[in-house]
Design a protein around this ligand. Structure first.
Ligand SMILES: [Fe+2]
Length: 225
């Protein structure tokens, strides 16, 4: 078999096995390691991170998981996403998110929403393309990142005087199982709809990393200067 033929006949395990999970885990760990120390940030900077995170998560997480469900062709993968959406809706995670932001005096303003506008739009347009495998990997990355981001987010809120930690407590635990579930769904999806040669499986992951970096590192005082 030629190299070209090998590339065209990649088995499902090539995109669903531990190598992709390992890459995703390494990406997440690098991002977490680089996070600033909340104590070294100003109160305005801490508030800004919570506000931009909340601006993205509150109204978009369920929408993006729903877009991923619509994009997923494998019937057997869909219950995993439905379980996730059930939990989000039944326990009202958007309400949890809003309570968290309000208690930390970090409810997003129009400026916070506009600071993430462009990168958020890129994610919306990407998910609108309804590529099952790419969307599933993106959401697996998102769940994994969120879970490891929770201690940092909780520290920011605590430094702003908040004791309302239901959002960070819940997501520091439940997203471990959600991440594993999404990788299972990805394996099922790729078994019936293999990634076409030349497709960048990490396209959505990279768009999401850009958005998260915007959330964490955007400085309004620099933008205004
Ligand atoms: Fe959630």
């Amino acid at each position: 078999m030629t190299t070209q033929a090998v590339l065209l006949h990649q088995p499902e395990s090539d995109v669903s096995d531990s190598s992709i999970q390992l890459t995703i885990t390494q990406m997440i760990d690098e991002m977490i390691e680089q996070l600033p120390d909340p104590k070294h940030l100003t109160s305005a900077q801490r508030r800004g991170i919570i506000a931009r995170y909340s601006s993205v998560l509150e109204g978009n997480f369920i929408y993006w998981m729903t877009a991923t469900l619509i994009a997923t062709k494998a019937e057997a993968a869909r219950p995993i996403l439905l379980d996730n959406l059930l939990e989000e809706t039944r326990d009202s995670h958007p309400h949890m998110m809003r309570k968290f932001a309000l208690a930390a005096h970090s409810f997003p303003t129009d400026k916070d929403a506009l600071a993430v506008h462009e990168d958020l739009t890129n994610m919306r347009l990407f998910l609108g393309r309804l590529s099952g495998t790419q969307s599933l990997l993106t959401m697996a990355f998102f769940e994994g990142f969120i879970q490891k981001f929770m201690p940092f987010l909780a520290d920011l809120a605590a430094a702003e005087g908040s004791t309302e930690m239901e959002y960070t407590d819940v997501h520091g635990v439940c997203d471990i199982e959600h991440t594993a579930g999404l990788f299972r769904a990805l394996a099922i999806e790729t078994s019936i709809d293999p990634i076409a040669p030349g497709t960048d499986i990490y396209e959505g992951v990279n768009l999401l990393r850009t958005l998260i970096n915007r959330i964490v590192y955007y400085r309004s005082e620099l933008a205004a200067a």
